[in-house]
Design a protein around this ligand. Structure first.
Ligand code: MG
Ligand code: ZN
Length: 360
């Protein structure tokens, strides 16, 4: 009997080694994505994602992913992270303090993923439902010690070489509203941009900057409509013309604002708009076959939960435990070439390196 156990164990070990060998061979054959679409649901924790199952008739697009991981969100000097430190981690790989826009703990600028890939002739785009100068998008192209320096952040845009920009923020461009009286509209044009205040139906060969609100855009509840999915469609149409590849960041910014307001209806309508946008990205990637779609958040907002309604287990009563952020881990979803790199539990800074590896 003992011998038989030994034989069985030996066979298992041999099989195990064989599996690992073939596993590593298989890994070498995995192709790198040419394009990355990074969708960030600001403030979107696991309860927010779960809400998409309870407040939507159809299965949410989150369900189309097979590779899922968790991100540890803490900032370098704060256990509970803000959008600036988180987006700086994603865009630069550097862990920093809350409020930092593309700078390290000593307030020195650190190069962003866009600054690294634009010289490689990769196309880039940024779309958000906040102003383009708000913390999450800002960290991908600007460097500022404080997220509140909106005018300084805006001044990085005309020379950023980003191919497609869409969101709010006209009040930071207008020379009559800027302390330094710089006319950023003119600077955009001098740098080859077409600037508009409506979402175009078609793209052009020029770089496009589209500003649709003075600051943050309207809520879905106020009639924003399909801006986010539509802008994403237009951007994909434009950026995918580049044979060298593209990087597109799309932010559902107001999931966070619904959380801060402890307003369930606000949160869920923004979440479902973001889910619809995920669908646009996944539909594009399904046809394209060379695009990796990554969906994540930056931190959780509101301490949101889907608890029972006072002990009635047939009812959910969404509730909040803070008007600020929480330190809970946030989910990350990946679909496309090399999606397996994105499973597991890791720090927010790791996402930068995982993405950069594809462009090196
Ligand atoms: Mg944001
Ligand atoms: Zn927030």
């Amino acid at each position: 009997m003992k011998n038989r156990v030994k034989i069985v164990l030996s066979i298992l070990i041999i099989l195990g080694v064989g599996y690992r060998l073939s596993g590593s061979q298989w890994k070498q054959e995995v192709k790198k994505p040419k394009n990355i679409i990074l969708l960030i649901g600001d403030g979107m924790g696991l309860s927010q994602v779960s809400a998409s199952y309870f407040f939507k008739d159809k299965a949410p697009n989150f369900e189309r992913f097979n590779t899922i991981g968790l991100i540890k969100t803490s900032a370098a000097t704060n256990l509970v992270c803000d959008s600036a430190a988180s987006a700086t981690a994603y865009a630069t790989g550097v862990s920093t303090y809350n409020g930092a826009i593309g700078v390290d703990q000593q307030k020195n600028p650190v190069p962003t993923i866009l600054e690294k890939i634009i010289p490689k002739n990769i196309s880039t785009g940024i779309i958000t439902t906040s102003s383009v100068m708000h913390a999450t998008p800002a960290c991908f192209y600007a460097h500022a010690a404080s997220r509140r320096s909106y005018q300084d952040i805006a001044a990085f845009l005309p020379t950023s070489k980003i191919d497609f920009i869409a969101g709010g923020g006209t009040e930071f461009l207008d020379k009559n509203k800027r302390e330094d009286r710089r006319d950023l509209y003119k600077e955009f044009q001098d740098n080859g941009y077409e600037v508009s205040n409506t979402l175009p139906k078609q793209t052009t060969d020029k770089k496009q900057a589209i500003f649709l609100a003075e600051d943050g855009m309207d809520k879905i509840l106020e009639g924003r409509g399909d801006f986010l999915p539509n802008a994403t469609k237009i951007a994909l149409d434009k950026l995918s013309k580049n044979k060298n590849g593209f990087f597109l960041m799309v932010e559902g910014a107001q999931i966070d604002w619904g959380g801060h307001d402890n307003d369930t209806e606000y949160l869920i309508t923004e979440l479902l708009d973001f889910d619809k946008t995920i669908g646009v990205a996944l539909d594009f990637a399904a046809l394209d076959n060379e695009t990796l779609v990554i969906v994540t958040a930056d931190h959780e907002t509101g301490g949101f939960t889907l608890a029972t309604d006072d002990g009635d287990y047939s009812k959910i009563k969404p509730s909040f435990s803070t008007t600020g952020h929480s330190a809970t881990m946030i989910p990350i979803f990946a679909k496309g070439p090399s999606e397996n790199n994105f499973g597991g539990i890791y720090k927010n800074t790791a996402l930068f390196q995982k993405m950069m590896d594809f462009f090196n």
